[in-house]
Design a protein around this ligand. Sequence first.
Ligand code: NAP
Length: 504
Amino acid sequence: MICVSLGRTRHKMVIAEHQQLAAKGAQLVELRVDWLSHLPDVGRLLANRPTPVVVTCRRARDKGLWKWTEEQRLAALRTAIVGGAEYVDLEMDIAASIRRFGPTKRIVSHHDFDKTPDDLEEIHKRMAALDPDVIKIVTMANSPLDNIRLLKLAAGAKVPTIAFCMGEFGVPSRILAGRYGAPFTYATFSSERTMAPGQLSFEDMRDIYHYDQINAATEIFGVVADPVAHSMSPLIHNAAFARERMNRVYLPFRVPREMLPEALRAFDWLPVKGYSVTLPHKESVLSVTNRYNGPILDLGAANTLYKEADGGWTAANTDYDAALQSLVRELNPEPAPGADRALSALAGRKVLILGAGGVARAIGRAIVNHGGVLMISNRTKARAVELARQLGCQQIDWQNRGTTVFADVLINCTSVGMHPKVDETPYAENWLREGMVVFDTIYNPERTLLIKQARERECRTITGVEMFVRQAARQFELFTGASAPVDTMSDVLRRAISPARSAE
Ligand code: NAP
């Protein structure tokens, strides 16, 4: 179950939003009475309540907004109990001074807004001695490993325990709380009104992560990245799992650069069955395994890890596969019977890649491996020279990229034109020629300035959305062994990249 936290300054607004939440399907609502600008009239909030409630009243030291005396606060909590609230939240230092009465369940809570303390088990033991129905322990995650410590605590607890972490590192523990025994997790009324760092909205928790369907049998997947909050991968993988009615969930794991092997070992406890791997881990992930699917050593980078039946990891690079598929589909060769379609599409084609980062390397390798005549141009010449050396291709100076090159295919692997700088392009409009294939790897927005100008000049185009969906679809296949619902994945991604953000 998801408990939605509701805090407003006026009783009238609390009552109205409580009704709205019930209409949206909320089953339990936390009334944060410390947010009210007047002394709370708890009886008024409980009368005709449309869902069961948790009544919570936080002091400033617990990052709450209570402005009156401690006596008045305890009185408000006692009124909630006398009024028959389903739950009342009692911080552990006051739990002993408020007695059990009637059917109201006692949540004994402890929050640490700075860290996940070393003595978690000791704290939990002290809380268990305070006559709780539910223990709630919430700490700040300063490391991805803190998620596992909290979930292990809940999984081993005799009293029902809600244990999760705050902060971007802590998001997985919020989503998995129920899988490890929490009677409910917490979410916020809307993504604009988070009450604690890392808190997800009710709608994201329900509609993206399908929280209430996660159970002990749910298989876990995720993306490892730093930062991770911007990633579209949870959105499209969870939509694909839901579409195929698979009991699987896909989470955002923020993992700092130096912590990858340690974090993956810790997440084995969950256990995780597959990862999308992105910045800054695409190269270092190769140290995790020596089993590869595709030319991973050539590429020096992978974006996928999936578990084999024997429990070992295999690394794959679905950016490589996706870019190749996108090019082959657009170039649409008619190969001689028995001939390789990718070779027929690319052999002898002049391809100019702009950029010399990870995506340029993956796509460049796909082109070279299939007989394309590759040229690399990059703002920082030394990187282009080095990549061209590795791929055995030509380097073009950045200032000459449009004027001295006649390419059949142009591929933008720079970040120029990406949201929010949507009025930039890495290639002047008058350098584009009719019939040229223009492939922009940027997916937000889908219609970059480069793509728009290429269409105006009657070039053939491939967008970053096509590539992004293909790389995710290939990951889905590696994760599940089933074919991916590609249309669902494209629809959800296109909807998330709203017209406003895409500067249509
Ligand atoms: P990266 O390793 O950080 O490389 C970034 C590249 O952009 C470098 O070549 C950099 O040149 C160039 N660049 C940045 N700002 C520039 C500017 N103002 N002018 C000219 N060049 C500039 O990144 P990456 O992982 O390769 O990703 C590159 C692009 O691919 C991103 O835009 C991303 O959106 C896209 N991408 C798409 C997909 C997909 O599935 N569609 C997947 C991953 C990434 P310097 O060397 O001079 O800094």
